[in-house]
Design a protein around this ligand. Structure first.
Ligand code: NAD
Length: 321
């Protein structure tokens, strides 16, 4: 740990800026220096709630307020410009997902991080849900063998660029490098065209693994289901807490002689600690260079998103090589 506290600025004082601020003010290694939002009411409300100064101008803050880390939690349209300015100003950055509006913005952010040698972390908080972390740890320890395929469902509350981003990141975290994708998009129940309220996609990986997912804004009772099937067993995560139902890890271990597998079931019913664990990982990244949600992880998701939209338009699988 460094001798003095990391000074942090949070840009964007909405739902996620508020969640991030709560974690930062409770981290003894950090000092929340300022919160920023062009909406004065939002900036003032959050600043007063967490007891720190607030501002309506991120460019003034970046120029004038000494800080080491900038959290960018604005609507997607502003993520890239603010993140790149912060990186060029010598700050480490935690930018919310998705990594900008498109692959070009993602690459621009990654380039700024490389050229300034700052940590750029993309906010993939789902990786830090305890059941998903444990599932990944079991996979990495060889407990389910080689991954054969993955099946994920997530809804409701958004389209491909919202919940789909988390699903694509989680699938790629387990299965590695995606090489080809296909998808169908549907706008059936909400007046959001050209955005979709359902996305069905297939992904193929360099290992030979396959994945399918469905993200939906028409999942009237919200749900999260993530199933990873390996040669020796499977890990399934159902629920993410609260309205998504108890976060539960179900493990099946294949019996070599066949028949019903050995089963175990663990419920994780503590409060959502993913935001705190993700913040710890950012600090680890700054101190050791090792962390998850790297620029490459973010770019992978953007490439897959871009390819699914093209695949659905062109009605053909799209290679990612
Ligand atoms: N990890 C997750 O699970 C998760 C969940 C929801 C949202 N997000 C991401 O977090 C980001 C913010 O989402 P949210 O739900 O907090 O949105 P929100 O609408 O609640 O808050 C966004 C805030 O940013 C402010 N803002 C707009 N332009 C700005 C600018 N130029 N500079 C500073 N602030 C500005 C708005 O006034 C608003 O207060 C998005 O990128 C979203 O994709 C991540």
């Amino acid at each position: 740990m460094s001798e003095r506290k990391y000074r942090v600025a949070v840009v964007g004082c909405g739902l996620i800026g508020g969640k991030r601020s709560d974690v930062i003010v409770n981290d003894p290694r950090c000092e929340l220096a300022v919160v920023v939002d062009p909406n004065e009411g939002a900036a003032k409300r959050l600043g007063e709630r967490v007891g720190v100064p607030w501002s309506t101008s991120w460019s003034t803050v970046l120029a004038e307020t000494p800080c080491d880390i900038v959290v960018v939690a604005t609507p997607n349209a502003f993520l890239a410009d603010i993140a790149v300015s912060a990186l060029k100003g010598g700050k480490h950055v935690l930018v919310e997902k998705p990594m900008g509006r498109n692959i070009h913005e993602a690459i621009r952010m990654a380039g700024a991080a490389t050229s300034t040698n700052q940590v750029l972390k993309v906010g993939f908080n789902h990786r830090y849900h305890p059941a998903l972390m444990r599932a990944h740890e079991m996979y990495a320890d060889g407990e389910i063998g080689q991954i054969i395929n993955i099946r994920a469902r997530y809804g409701h509350g958004g389209e491909l660029t919202d919940q789909g981003v988390h699903v694509i990141d989680l699938i790629s975290w387990f299965a590695g490098e995606p090489t080809e994708v296909f998808g169908y998009l549907q706008t059936a129940a909400w007046p959001i065209a050209p955005l979709e309220d359902s996305a069905f996609a297939l992904m193929k990986f360099s290992s030979g693994a396959l994945a399918s997912f469905h993200t939906a804004w028409t999942q009237w009772k919200n749900m999260f289901s993530f199933e990873v099937f390996g040669t020796d067993g499977s890990v399934t995560v159902d629920g993410l807490g609260r309205s998504y139902g108890q976060e539960t890890l179900i493990v099946a271990k294949r019996k070599k002689e066949g028949g019903a597998p050995y089963m175990s079931r663990t419920v994780y019913d503590e409060e959502d600690i993913s935001w705190k664990l993700e913040w710890d990982d950012l600090i680890r990244g700054i101190e050791t260079g090792r962390y998850m949600g790297t620029p490459n992880d973010g770019i992978t998701v953007m490439r897959v998103l871009d390819a699914i939209y093209r695949a659905s338009e062109q009605r053909t699988p799209i290679g990612l090589d």
